[in-house]
Design a protein. Structure first.
Length: 186
């Protein structure tokens, strides 16, 4: 299965952030913050495009979302904040490049999986299957979901009581941060 996650781009962004900021505080410079926001937005748009493109390829579909549909997903609030709110919080409250990398990783994952799910629905998929990386980094709440198949509009239920339509879309942050799971559709 070809991954929908732009891992090369995420790794390059992480390396650049660490080189620029190290593990120290982010500078409280609006120009730098804006440059970081622009890089992140480009990454998130690419993540949406990958989720859409690879799901179209897997389902022999040609669905293309409108820019409004894309931006609605990219700019969605999670726990009352957008990714931009979180970036600005980190810049103003002593965050680090590692904090921005975590935002990039978590949001890229959420966006790519949301794009894949929306594309699968438009392509007529009726079921979705949870896929983990099958390694020792997969958390218990996700390893038990491996190969679970549900209807396209049904949620997956984790053992901790949390539920999600797709990886990266749980209510509890600890079920989303650093998640690498994906879906297969049919």
């Amino acid at each position: 299965m070809k991954s929908i996650l732009p891992m090369d781009e995420l790794n390059r962004l992480d390396a650049a952030l660490r080189e620029q900021f190290g593990y120290g505080e982010l500078p409280r410079d609006p120009k730098i913050m804006r440059a970081v926001e622009d890089l992140l937005e480009d990454l998130f748009l690419y993540a949406y495009a990958m989720g859409n493109e690879i799901t179209n390829e897997n389902l022999s579909s040609d669905y293309q979302p409108s820019i409004d549909d894309v931006m609605q997903v990219v700019d969605a609030e999670v726990a009352g904040k957008t990714w931009r709110d979180r970036v600005r919080d980190y810049f103003s409250n002593g965050g680090t490049g590692a904090d921005i990398s975590r935002i990039a990783d978590t949001e890229t994952h959420r966006i790519a999986n949301t794009a894949a799910l929306k594309t699968a629905k438009k392509a007529g998929a009726t079921v979705k299957t949870w896929i983990t990386m099958l390694d020792d980094r997969v958390r218990d709440t996700h390893s038990l979901l491996e190969n679970e198949t549900v209807g396209i509009d049904e949620p997956f239920y984790a053992i901790d009581g949390d539920s999600a339509q797709a990886p990266g879309l749980f209510e509890l942050p600890e079920n989303n941060i650093n998640c690498r799971c994906e879906l297969m559709f049919s």
